[in-house]
Design a protein around this ligand. Structure first.
Ligand code: AVI
Length: 309
């Protein structure tokens, strides 16, 4: 899909590319190839979050499901391959499951696979940009379990994350709640290794955003002219990913261009890592009145259920 000049997305991308320093939203990682590259990242030795979160979900499942109680509907945010929800579907047998993700095509295939094994559950794939307000008026009288695994909350800044929590707490109408996984602050070497893997999969994932932009706005980014750069910003508590220009170059798109100089960067992603108390406080401040939390033995990753007393 190429976008008509002046469309909202076209303008958002151009504004980011023209800014100093330049930036683009991490949502532009996720075309078909980007979604597959992210799936590959989750299998990497260096990328611990997926593996550790899965371990907590497995080893603490009975405590987690006990804290949750029951669920009429499970709404998974950033559902991806729709695989993480299986233990929750097994336990709660909800009437409905809704899978929200930015990449609709991938989601539909994943949901079809899941539905094959859970044919009694009404399942719907919803292509959603969760940076926008979420609203579920048709679920008002249901006990909703929002499920947001994978530490994708880290890709929002803390005030956006707090806004999303308040939005979800409101949509719960005093019952159900939010089961969420988040990455915790830890040794800087472990953090930086997770975003600089030896196989270069994260680099490919980052660079692929330029390929996606070329498709979306008909720009002419030359991928070999850019390199992946990721580091932990200790002051802000976040991994930052950037694309760095290797040489001076002019990048064109219909109706505009930008001269990039060697060393100049495009900021593509933040991945916030939280201290546990800060994250729990954010959930409480958003309106959840009861929060249970579980970590792995080394306190690398946190799974929380935020509900109501
Ligand atoms: C999707 N999100 C939680 C990943 C993260 O760790 O922030 C995206 C990612 N970026 C580089 N590697 C993985």
């Amino acid at each position: 899909m190429t976008l008509p000049i002046k469309s909202k997305i076209f303008q958002e991308i151009i504004d980011g590319l023209q800014a100093k320093p330049a930036s683009i939203s991490p949502k532009y990682f996720y075309d078909g190839l980007g979604t597959s590259l992210f799936q590959a990242i989750t299998h990497l030795e260096e990328y611990y979050p997926t593996r550790i979160e899965r371990g907590i979900m497995q080893s603490k499942l009975s405590q987690i499901t006990q804290a949750i109680g029951t669920a009429d509907v499970i709404v998974e945010i950033g559902a991806g391959n729709c695989e993480k929800v299986r233990p929750l579907l097994d336990t709660f047998a909800p009437k409905q499951y809704r899978a929200l993700d930015i990449s609709a095509d991938f989601l539909k295939t994943a949901l079809a696979n899941l539905h094959h094994d859970y044919s009694a559950i009404d399942m719907r794939a919803i292509a959603a940009d969760i940076t926008q307000e979420l609203s579920f008026p048709d679920l008002q009288d249901r006990r909703i379990l929002f499920f947001y695994p994978g530490s994708s909350i880290g890709n929002f800044n803390p005030s956006e994350a707090s806004g999303l929590f308040a939005n979800l707490a409101r949509e719960c109408h005093g019952s159900g709640g939010l089961l969420i996984g988040v990455d915790l602050v830890k040794d800087i070497n472990v953090l930086e290794r997770a975003y600089n893997d030896y196989l270069g999969v994260t680099a490919a994932f980052n660079l692929n955003a330029l390929r996606h932009l070329n498709h979306l706005i008909e720009s002419n980014f030359s991928i070999p002219n850019w390199e992946h750069y990721a580091f932990f910003n200790q002051t802000l508590g976040r991994i930052e990913m950037h694309l760095r220009a290797k040489i001076d170059q002019l990048v064109n798109w219909p109706g505009g261009h930008r001269q990039f100089y060697a060393g100049e960067m495009i900021h593509t992603e933040n991945s916030y890592k939280y201290p546990k108390p800060t994250f729990l406080e954010m959930l409480h401040n958003a309106g959840f009145t009861k929060v249970n939390a579980w970590t792995d033995p080394d306190s690398n990753f946190l799974v929380c259920f935020a509900g109501f007393k």
